[in-house]
Write a protein that binds this ligand. Structure first.
Ligand code: BEZ
Length: 249
């Protein structure tokens, strides 16, 4: 049974602020206009939602994590808890925006169907998430350490990483025309040790291991990754690959 991730806003801010910091090109692709109604799907702590609001939009944040939404509300942004795989919204938005959230939603077809329903006619879906091959080195190390413990990694692996063709076809099935889609390899320097990244993003894998074995599990994964992802100056990189797209319906 897959374990979920607990989003700790402080740990996220310390170890993963780069996720929203790197969102500027996606905001440019959204090109939000004053007066538009926009949904930020999987808004996290609302760092980008706030920027969409600053463009003069009426923006709503939605996320499955109550803890993250507290931070959003502190920014004065309207928000609600909702699982993106079960969006129950009808023809309300000019645009649905999403950054670094869709790779946590394995029922991708349901997400796209929900977004299609949530958009007004002619509305756009603009997003970025993990693309095919995203953090492959890290994923392999996590899988291998679990296999050594006789745990099938696919029972806990929470990630959906799509290829451009596959995602284009999915969008088309739900009535979208894809205006732009691109797989973007983006090795990303981490703000600290890879253990900080694992603390935020690899919880479903770590939680599958007995509590007493978790420090050993993480040390093993770190050791496996060090030759590839740690540079000679000591800095760590994650082998990110993003899938960025804009589609209209
Ligand atoms: C991210 O949110 O950017 C992310 C999460 C897990 C794996 C890769 C990327």
């Amino acid at each position: 049974m897959a374990q979920s991730t607990t989003w700790n806003p402080d740990s996220y801010a310390k170890n993963a602020r780069f996720v929203s910091d790197l969102g500027e090109p996606l905001l440019a692709l959204l090109d939000a206009k004053p007066g538009e109604t926009v949904l930020d799907l999987g808004c996290g702590d609302g760092a980008l939602t706030e920027k969409i609001a600053a463009a003069g939009c009426r923006v709503y944040g939605c996320d499955a994590s109550q803890a993250q939404l507290q931070a959003v509300r502190h920014k004065g942004i309207e928000s609600f808890v909702m699982d993106g795989q079960q969006l129950g919204l009808k023809r309300r938005f000019d645009a649905v925006f999403t950054n670094a959230a869709l790779h946590w939603m394995k029922y991708a077809e349901q997400v796209v169907a929900g977004v299609a329903n949530a958009l007004k006619l002619g509305g756009r879906f603009v997003g970025e998430f993990g693309g095919q091959g995203n953090v492959e080195t890290i994923r392999q190390a996590l899988h291998s350490a679990l296999r050594k413990r006789n745990i099938d990694p696919w029972t806990v692996d929470p990630w959906f990483y799509a290829a451009p063709q596959e995602y284009t076809e999915m969008l088309n099935r739900h009535g979208f025309t894809v205006d732009y889609i691109e797989l973007i390899p983006r090795p990303t320097k981490l703000p600290g040790d890879i253990l900080g990244w694992l603390e935020v993003f690899a919880q479903p894998f770590t939680k599958a291991v007995a509590e007493t074995d978790r420090p050993g599990f993480l040390a093993e994964v770190r050791g496996e990754l060090e030759p590839t992802l740690r540079k000679t100056d000591g800095s760590w990189y994650a082998d990110y690959v993003r899938l960025r797209f804009k589609a209209t319906r």
